[in-house]
Ligand binder design. Sequence first.
Ligand code: DAH
Length: 330
Amino acid sequence: MEEWYKKITNAQSLEEIEEIRIAVFGKKGILAKEFAKMKSVPNEEKAAFAKGLNEHKAKLMEALNHKKEELSLAALEKAMKEEALDVTLYSVQSTTGALHPVMETMDKIVEYFVSMNFSVNTGSMVEDDFHNFEALNLPKYHPARDMQDTFYFKDELLLRTHTSPVQIRTMKNTRPPIRMIAPGAVFRRDYDLTHTPMFHQVEGLVVDASSKVSFANLKFILEDFLKYMFGEVEVRFRPSFFPFTEPSAEVDISCVFCEGKGCRVCSHTGWLEVLGCGIVDPNVFEAVGYENVSGYAFGLGVERFAMLIHRIGDLRSLFEADMKLLEQFA
Ligand code: DAH
């Protein structure tokens, strides 16, 4: 019997304990065998014999349970140690991204016009000569083409120089009334403080029956729009020329840097030019086969708006992926 107490004390695992339990308490275990010996014990010794065996039985059971508990606890502790997560470990720092100031400005512009019931149309960045120039009253050899030199592919294809071709495509695909804007990237052979070879424009076009669209409508919406973008600024319209509008105007706001007093940015005029607009030229309507309609159009450069809103001095810096600059506007 003693050897079983030793075995229990020395057991190393729960499996071993289970083996011992079966060997001691099982049907064919040693206790069963010992009890079987009762038959051959003389009657007067039977009681003492049984008592002795039962005491062993109880003690062995207690020792077994005790060891079992001890081993279970050790196994649990071991598992906890092995599976522990070190929550104090440093993780790779994650950063939150933000919209590029140009895209953010574009969103704000689009948001305004959508709220005024304009639909948003887009076109291809690769255009043909007809949609980019010809249909916009810019025939070949027209001197106004000089200001919009671009990259040419074969078959009269080119990188669009403005978003105005979306006007033409929309008018060809739908019937009036039209109330649309066209945001998107455009391309020109320019590179200086205020120009990059790729930039973004938002075009606007409203067309309806001939009596329904006036310069007053155009003036109202642009003034309201510019105040939405820049706050309480003065807005003025200056006569200008665009081949696709007649009359045409350039729109200025009072300088956001000096509040109209005159500074380096506004060339001491107190005014900043922000967009072009006008009443759609009849030749444009003729090119798309429209009759008895009137309309207004406008076009603006998104980078210029972003520069004025964020007070950025050099337009080219918007394209340099300089995090120090960009993070300021995030
Ligand atoms: N397309 C002109 C440009 O890129 C901008 C513009 C001016 C668009 C007047 C218009 C407009 O629709 O009416 O310089």
